[in-house]
Design a protein around this ligand. Structure first.
Ligand SMILES: NC(=O)c1ccc[n+]([C@@H]2O[C@H](COP(=O)([O-])OP(=O)(O)OC[C@H]3O[C@@H](n4cnc5c(N)ncnc54)[C@H](OP(=O)(O)O)[C@@H]3O)[C@@H](O)[C@H]2O)c1
Length: 268
């Protein structure tokens, strides 16, 4: 009788599921936007290493090819395509290709952002605001809307707005990131009914191409208050947090903004 029971436990899918780590993303399909470099690439690696099939994209085919080759070399299941998130037809192509080639979508990491302006906020032009809000906020929402009934989501935000003095010069960009906190709070209760979680990750200063100008400003203003180089994080340190939020380990977390700042003081 016990032999029969143990065979049943070995083959029972529920017991198999319970034995499986809650951090596993086996069988999940994850879209990560702007994922051929920096934090997006690190998020794709973190999700892929936990078993997800990742769909990577960015504007340039050459960057997509390079990222796909890198992820394949790490035994990660990956599909790649070009997608400028600011373009509606590109967003639709990304979603359609994912559904066609991977059979559905479980996770969206909306990571893309631009910052075409550095300076006093009062010097920023209408064009700057149109570009920043269109890519950083509007595109993030429209992509979420496109796939919201299929996915478990994670929006990528930023703590820039709370690092007031150190991030002077990035006014419009910081405003756009603050909008993502509001978007997360607005979407989470609505999508909870569809069993979709929405969270926001707010990194400190992470060593990427995007942040190189920011870091210089940050160091400049921190040198007077004795802060050290350890305040700069690596993309992988954000990728792990994103993978956690997308996993069942975070099943009771939604509508939150998680700051990952290496101790940099911040208040949301
Ligand atoms: N680094 C930081 O310190 C930091 C801090 C807080 C928040 N963040 C946020 O984290 C996210 C990623 O930043 P990052 O530092 O990792 O940037 P990054 O290293 O500069 O990576 C940029 C990636 O985005 C792609 N990309 C740029 N514009 C795009 C667009 N319109 N559509 C699709 N892909 C696009 C680039 O590839 P192509 O050139 O091929 O398009 C590349 O793959 C952003 O939302 C940023 O605001 C970063």
């Amino acid at each position: 009788m016990f032999r029969g029971l143990s065979r049943f436990l070995r083959t029972n899918p529920v017991s198999v599921q319970r034995r499986m780590s809650h951090s596993s993303l086996d069988g999940k399909v994850a879209i990560v936007t702007a994922s051929t470099d920096g934090i997006g690439l690190a998020a794709a690696q973190a999700l892929g290493k936990r078993g997800a099939h990742v769909v990577v994209s960015s504007r340039r085919q050459a960057n997509v090819d390079k990222a796909v080759a890198l992820l394949k070399s790490q035994s990660i299941r990956v599909t790649g395509t070009t997608c400028n998130v600011g373009k509606g037809e590109d967003r639709e192509k990304l979603v359609q290709l994912t559904v066609d080639q991977c059979g559905g979508i479980d996770i969206l990491v909306s990571n893309a952002a631009v910052n075409p302006f550095f300076g006093n906020i009062l010097d920023s032009t209408e064009d700057v605001w149109d570009k920043i809000l269109s890519v950083n906020v509007k595109a993030a929402f429209l992509l979420t809307k496109l796939v919201s009934l299929l996915i478990l989501q994670c929006l990528l935000g930023s703590v820039e707005r709370s690092c007031c003095v150190s991030l002077q010069g990035l006014g419009p960009y910081c405003v756009s990131k603050t909008a993502l906190l509001g978007l997360t709070r607005a979407l989470a209760p609505e999508l909870a009914h569809s069993n979709i979680r929405v969270n926001c990750v707010a990194p400190g200063i992470i060593k990427t191409r995007f942040s190189s100008a920011t870091v210089i400003v940050f160091f400049f203003s921190c040198s007077s208050c004795g802060k050290t180089k350890t305040l700069i994080g690596e993309p992988e340190e954000i990728g792990g947090t994103i993978a956690f939020l997308c996993s069942d380990d975070a099943s009771y977390i939604t509508g939150e903004t998680v700051t990952v700042t290496g101790g940099m003081s911040c208040r949301l």
